[in-house]
Design a binder for this molecule. Structure first.
Ligand SMILES: [Zn+2]
Ligand SMILES: [Zn+2]
Length: 533
């Protein structure tokens, strides 16, 4: 006989799905695996393979995010103190990478066909964009199709107040200098550098402005929006001054005041005096039309004119200036829309390979990678919540890019105008609370850092695992792969996939523990060397 339970008791019981998820996470398994069908081309045998989603946010998939973080730490460690030039060599694509690219080719053909037939390609374009993400996610570098480039190339004018930097010829070397101590020992130090944004007003220990009324929120959000571009400028200038092809691994994070800052691992060292000089000379100018005067408030927004593909003034029917027209209207004496610079204060320290300091710094570099920028510092006080709100408010009507809907507010059509644009509701990443104005990538790695892509580092781990388990590397040409979609008879619903993941993980764990035990056991006691299944 079953025991009677009350509704409250039943509600208090753990939900089966939640328990499975919990179990998957505690076993380091992906909670949203992608199902692929694998056919052995020799035997015709079909099996289902669950590939981890690979998401970098812990709020989406804790296990994949943690694995990604570990991989980034390995990548950072491997490149930081290289004493030889890395060989950048593209690997042969693996089967899964080939599959995505083949799918992409098919869809491109379908899309071009639709376009030739005068059909709407929006949906296919979206699908192709998703496939591009899959291709990148599978570790293929670059894009299948080159991005459309604009015709406009505006020469950036040099500001008078930027000091000229000494320019050395840039050597192609990427490895830092070696120093020799009086006793003959040689060492090759590297650097850990932290760059911050300038001051927007005095802040207190909790990161909130001492005087919120005078804190420059607009400058703060504009700096955040172009932070990655500014960092790019800095690296270019640094290479010029140092005279070699400086390599870096950088992580973007928020400070307590919610402004981005960047931690940078640099191979080789640069003197503090030179750093100061480079920082003083580094700026990024944004040449956009001015967004000062609000031309259209929410009640009188411009309207889309389908026939001409333009936005019109709702009252007069006048066509708003296009993006190119607005840019052309900028005269030689116009001021840039924004000039971003780093703050004067920076932190730099020299480090030696394998030191405890180096490990600690790798910890800093990867600490927040599994969280959104906006989630790194949770507001604990009312003042902190108000500060975060004011930043988001300032971001709301700030143009995030040339395509931003907010340009309509200032009487200008954004680049590539399309129907449905509404100021204050731009879907650009930068406007969202979780991104705090910074829409770029969280980790910026130069091309010759470790000479490997993240996919290479992942392959290293896989090779190590297979080697430890004594499993031979599978023949890459042997299998045919296909994604399994919800309509397919062999499609597994998410809960079933997660159960499989738990079982797989437990099997791997047991096999690995066993392999390690055998490796550590005295030779006469070791097992026969059979491969662990
Ligand atoms: Zn996952
Ligand atoms: Zn926007």
């Amino acid at each position: 006989m079953t025991t009677r339970t009350t509704r409250a008791e039943r509600l208090a019981m753990p939900l089966a799905r939640a328990v499975v998820r919990e179990l998957a996470v505690s076993n380091g398994g992906c909670v949203r695996p992608v199902q692929l069908r694998r056919t052995d081309t020799r035997t015709g045998e079909v099996d289902q393979v669950l590939v981890p989603c690979g998401h970098t946010l812990a709020s989406v998939c804790p296990s994949c995010a943690e694995r990604g973080k570990t991989l980034r730490a390995a990548q950072c460690r491997e490149g930081w103190h290289l004493d030889h030039e890395p060989i950048v060599q593209a690997d042969e694509p693996d089967e899964v990478q080939r599959m995505w690219v083949e799918l992409r080719a098919e869809h491109q053909a379908a899309r071009d066909h639709a376009q030739a037939a005068g059909q709407d390609t929006a949906e296919l374009d979206e699908l192709n964009a998703e496939l591009d993400e899959e291709i990148t996610g599978s570790g293929v570098r670059g894009k299948v199709m080159p991005a459309k480039t604009g015709r406009r190339h505006r020469s950036t004018r040099r500001r008078q107040d930027a000091p000229d930097l000494p320019r050395r010829k840039i050597d192609s070397a990427t490895v830092g200098k070696t120093y020799t101590a009086p006793d003959g020992a040689t060492f090759r130090p590297s650097m850990f550098l932290t760059l911050t944004c300038p001051s927007y007003g005095c802040v207190q220990d909790d990161g909130t402005p001492a005087d919120p009324g005078t804190y420059d929120y607009q400058r703060a959000v504009r700096d955040a929006i172009c932070f990655a571009a500014l960092f790019d400028r800095f690296v270019q200038n640094l290479r010029r001054v140092a005279g070699y092809n400086i390599q870096y691994f950088a992580a973007i994070e928020p400070q307590r005041r919610l402004a981005p800052h960047v931690h940078v691992a640099i191979r080789g060292t640069i003197s503090r005096a030179e750093l100061r000089q480079v920082l003083a000379a580094t700026y990024h100018q944004v040449w956009w039309p001015p967004a000062v005067e609000v031309k259209y408030h929410d009640s009188e927004l411009p309207v889309w004119h389908e026939a001409s593909g333009n936005y019109l003034d709702a009252a007069t029917g006048e066509v708003l200036p296009t993006w190119d027209q607005a840019l052309d209207a900028l005269g030689d004496d116009s001021e840039p829309f924004h000039v971003a610079r780093f703050g004067e204060r920076f932190d730099a320290q020299g480090l030696l390979a394998g030191s405890r300091d180096a490990s600690r710094c790798i910890g800093y570099l990867t600490k927040y990678l599994t969280k959104y920028l906006g989630d790194c510092h949770q507001a604990a006080t009312g003042a902190q919540a108000v500060h975060a709100d004011r930043l988001v408010q300032a971001l709301r009507y700030e143009p995030c890019s040339s395509r931003c809907a907010n340009w309509l507010r200032y009487g200008i059509q954004p680049k590539d105008p399309r129907p449905g644009l509404r100021p204050g509701y731009c879907r650009g990443k930068a406007h969202r609370r979780e991104h705090l104005g910074y829409a770029g990538r969280r980790v910026l790695v130069s091309r010759k850092w470790s000479g490997k892509t993240l996919a290479d580092h992942r392959a290293d781990r896989k090779r190590w695992l297979l080697g430890t388990l004594g499993i031979p590397d599978p023949d890459p040409a042997r299998h045919k792969w296909e994604p399994v979609t919800p309509g397919d008879p062999d499609h597994m619903p998410p809960a079933q996939r997660m159960l499989h993941v738990v079982a797989d993980r437990q099997r791997w764990h047991a096999a690995l523990t066993e392999a390690r035990r055998r490796a550590n056991a005295p030779p006469n006691l070791s097992a026969t060397g059979e491969a662990a299944a």
